[in-house]
Design a protein around this ligand. Structure first.
Ligand SMILES: [Zn+2]
Length: 598
């Protein structure tokens, strides 16, 4: 037994989690208000039997080690050490931490980062020029090292060949996002060429991917390959919505200073650290995700967002603010004037940057000033416009005190009676209520159908995870295509794993799962526990038959619809053979459908 298993075996998840938060028993399981998101009713569940936890509110979940890791904001190794001590398991020092990353994707990204870094310190022309370029931009040698900057060269397959020499398979190198398929479809080439390489690390300081900036026309004469910036794709270990650039280097400082600064570019983050504000991280595209905000929230509740004037009014910025307010965070805005970016500011005058950080203002104040400043008090249409812009934002503020404060201000500034504004506020729609554009485009019925399919697929899998007998039955009876698309990947992996091992005991750790799949798996195991915990054998069986039947019917009916459309086409074009074949298949499907419906 390896030390991880031994620690998990010796400890009880309910006891350990109870040490952090108070759990109450609910049937065979335990529940609490989630420590990772704000909620009034508990949706955080712990299964004693399966030794896992999951929150149905924020969708986090995992085992005993990930709980400690998440709660304390520490690395896997650190969490394991804490738990090993409690369990009385002796870990062989240091060596262990390395062994944890048996996952080839971490190894590959680490090797690639080392490879690019070594290349930057070579003595060839490109390397020397790139080094000079970085110093010119204002970076110190120490920063270049601290952030592990690197260089990808001109050859088509340098990294690829190097990694293969280290014994890695094409498939793994490809899945790690480091190479791309050749246009011809045969063989691979490096994803990154002639680029400045910025390794991206997760909270545990493991390299999970790269972002890169082209050096064409700066160092290399050749034309661009791809865009100015190229990033690693989403991989098993790189989930863009959860990663913040520089987090691993900033987190301690964020914890101490109790606030963080968010900038847009990698260079900006590096230079900000150099100026002493090492509580800075970068997000590309300025829109923060809820996952990122929740990660931040566990360290600090105060966020300063650095924007240039245009970006501050963008949809992405609004979205970030809305999410931040929803999480009860204090958001400030640092406006960069005149096309300045933080990297340039630090380079030319560090003090200006530090002053700009001090001068940042609450987001609401910023918008208030900006919108009200343009109003001509003699014009009613101006006033109307300003009110129309500000009320939806004020409406979104959670605190009534804050709402009242800004309403009063607005009333004073625009010389409009407060009671009129109060009335309008009630009518106003909070700006986040508006559905996103892409939602409008999906017809409602189609969306509902999709949701129903997902729900059904989830329930069936939850049941199968709850009782292996049914897992065997669906594996032999239901191909992955019968489930909702979102769960097909997970289900395929379940089939492969179960067929080999005849159980799912270590599936969450050893099943080669993507992060989203692992999360889905744990969520569905918990769902099974909750939903089916007090079902009788007969009820279980009933649910199983009805769910599989409905899934099959849906699939057959969808196929039939498709064939009917084809038949119409064939009729129109007078293609007799295709008509016959479509008819034949429709008849076969009808038989299946009738059998199921009877
Ligand atoms: Zn939660």
């Amino acid at each position: 037994m390896n030390p991880v298993e031994e620690v998990k075996n010796r400890l009880d998840i309910v006891e350990i989690i109870s040490g952090y938060i108070s759990l109450s028993q609910a049937g065979a399981n335990w529940r609490a208000r989630c420590p990772f998101h704000n909620e009034k009713t508990p949706s955080f569940m712990v299964s004693k039997e399966k030794q896992i936890w999951h929150c149905f509110g924020c969708d986090k979940g995992g085992d005993i080690i990930t709980f400690v890791q998440e709660y304390e904001g520490i690395t896997f190794g650190e969490a394991l050490r804490i738990l090993a001590e409690k369990a009385g398991v002796v870990l062989e020092n240091q060596r262990f931490e390395k062994k944890v990353d048996y996952n080839p994707f971490y190894q590959l990204n680490k090797l690639a980062a080392d490879f690019y870094q070594a290349k930057l310190s070579n003595s060839d022309e490109a390397s020397i020029k790139t080094g000079k370029y970085l110093l010119n931009r204002g970076l110190t040698e120490a920063s270049i090292k601290k952030w592990q900057l690197g260089l990808s060269g001109s050859a088509w397959d340098e990294l690829y060949l190097y990694l293969r020499d280290q014994g890695f398979s094409d498939e793994h190198i490809f899945q790690a996002g480091l190479i791309v398929k050749k246009k011809s479809g045969l063989g691979y080439v490096d994803r990154f060429r002639q680029r400045l390489m910025f390794p991206i690390a997760d909270a545990q300081s493991r390299v999970v991917g790269f972002t890169s900036r082209t050096l064409a026309h700066i160092i290399f004469a050749e034309d661009d390959f791809g865009g100015k910036y190229i990033n690693s794709p989403q991989t098993a270990i790189y989930d863009k919505s959860r990663i913040l650039y520089g987090w691993h280097l900033a987190k301690e400082s964020i914890r101490q200073k109790k606030y963080l600064i968010i900038v847009e570019g990698n260079m900006d983050a590096i230079m900000a650290h150099q100026a002493g504000t090492n509580n800075t991280i970068a997000v590309s595209g300025t829109a923060l995700t809820i996952e990122q905000l929740r990660l931040i929230k566990r360290y600090a509740n105060n966020v300063i967002l650095a924007f240039d004037g245009d970006a501050a009014g963008s949809r992405a910025a609004f979205r970030s603010f809305a999410l931040g307010w929803q999480e009860d965070m204090n958001l400030k805005i640092l406006v960069l004037s005149g096309g300045d970016d933080p990297a340039d500011m630090v380079k030319t005058d560090k003090e200006r940057w530090l002053q700009a950080v001090k001068d940042s203002v609450p987001v609401m104040d910023y918008y208030f000033k900006r919108i009200v400043a343009g109003v001509d008090l003699n014009r009613s249409d101006h006033k109307k416009l300003a009110v129309g812009k500000l009320l939806p934002i004020i409406k979104f503020l959670k605190s009534r005190v804050e709402q009242a404060h800004y309403l009063q201000n607005l009333s004073d500034k625009l010389q409009i009676p407060l009671n009129i504004l109060q009335g309008d506020l009630e009518q106003a729609k909070s700006f986040i209520d508006k559905p996103a554009v892409n939602n409008i485009e999906t017809p409602r019925t189609e969306r509902e159908r999709k949701e129903a399919l997902l729900l059904l697929s989830e329930k069936l899998l939850a049941l199968a995870f709850f009782k292996p007998l049914y897992l065997e039955k669906i594996i032999s009876d239901l191909a992955p295509e019968f489930l909702d698309e979102e769960l097909q990947g997970l289900y395929r992996k379940v089939i492969i794993y179960y067929t080999k091992q005849h159980n799912l005991d270590n599936f969450a750790d050893a099943g080669d799962l993507l992060l989203t799949e692992k999360n889905d798996y744990i969520r569905l195991v918990m769902l099974g526990e909750m939903e089916y915990g007090d079902y009788s054998e007969k009820d279980l069986q009933g649910d199983f038959f009805s769910h599989t039947k409905r899934l099959k019917l849906r699939k057959y009916e969808a196929e039939r619809d498709l064939l009917i459309a084809q038949l119409r086409q064939a009729e129109l074009s007078g293609d007799q053979d295709r008509q016959n074949s479509a008819m034949h298949q429709i008849n076969l499907l009808n038989k299946d459908i009738n059998k199921l419906s009877s």
